[in-house]
Design a protein around this ligand. Structure first.
Ligand SMILES: O=C(O)c1ccccc1NCC(=O)[C@H](O)[C@H](O)COP(=O)(O)O
Length: 210
């Protein structure tokens, strides 16, 4: 039914499990405050376990040019995911600087947040439609929170998009049915605790989404 991205992978065996299960994207988090963060060295090693046909997505939060250069000098990512407060202009700059497709995360909590998807659709290559983090949250994503999927019913954007936020093996099929999402992204829903992925949950999620 939908393509799957498993985000926040930190172990080679989990990357291999995700790929074998049929995930089309794996996410590596370059945000030090995250329990899923990887160093540049760790990421370079993890890349060796990502097979052809599976896209490596690097997740950044308000990265400066130096961080992007440093990571891309060692880690041949396929897609840059921007998950901070990056403006549309900054999205365009990152595309130009890196030469890579950029996926911009947009947090939703109500209809007032929907216009941002149109704005970013003009510059980003892909959109990640996520739940808006709670005020004061430590992380701008990966909080295991969902939003009201009915906000998305009947809507279309200029770019390919993924649905994220509080998805689990139990609810992902219903989320896809309701929203028509062509792709889905998960982190907390395939973990036993923050940052600790579970192979069985990864397999169950991909099976439920596909
Ligand atoms: O996962 C993180 O730790 C993270 C940290 C900082 C910014 C974004 C982060 N994750 C974003 C993702 O791509 C998640 O997959 C997405 O927000 C859904 O997360 P979840 O609700 O936990 O499945």
């Amino acid at each position: 039914m939908a393509q799957v991205k498993i985000c926040g992978l930190r172990r080679p065996d989990h990357i291999e499990a995700a790929a074998q299960a049929g995930a089309r994207y794996v996410g590596l988090v370059f945000f030090p405050k995250s329990p899923r963060a990887v160093s540049v060295e760790e990421a370079a090693l993890l890349m060796q376990h990502i097979p052809m046909g599976v896209a490596a997505v690097g997740l950044f939060v308000n990265p400066d040019d130096a961080l992007l250069d440093q990571v891309l000098g060692r880690v041949p990512l396929d897609i840059i995911q921007l998950h901070g407060d990056e403006s549309p202009d900054r999205v365009a700059q990152v595309k130009a600087l890196t030469g890579l497709p950029v996926m911009k995360a947009v947090g939703l909590s109500g209809p007032e947040d929907l216009p941002a998807l149109t704005d970013y659709g003009l510059v980003a290559d892909m959109l990640l439609v996520d739940a808006k983090p709670p005020k004061g949250a430590d992380l701008p994503g990966g909080n295991g929170l969902s939003f009201d999927w009915r906000l998305l019913v009947g809507r279309k954007w200029l770019r390919p998009w993924m649905l994220a936020g509080g998805l689990t093996p139990q609810n992902v099929a219903e989320a896809i049915r309701l929203t028509g999402a062509p792709a889905v992204d998960v982190s907390s829903g395939v973990e036993t605790e923050p940052g600790i992925k579970d192979e069985g949950l990864i397999r169950a999620f991909v099976a439920a989404a596909s």
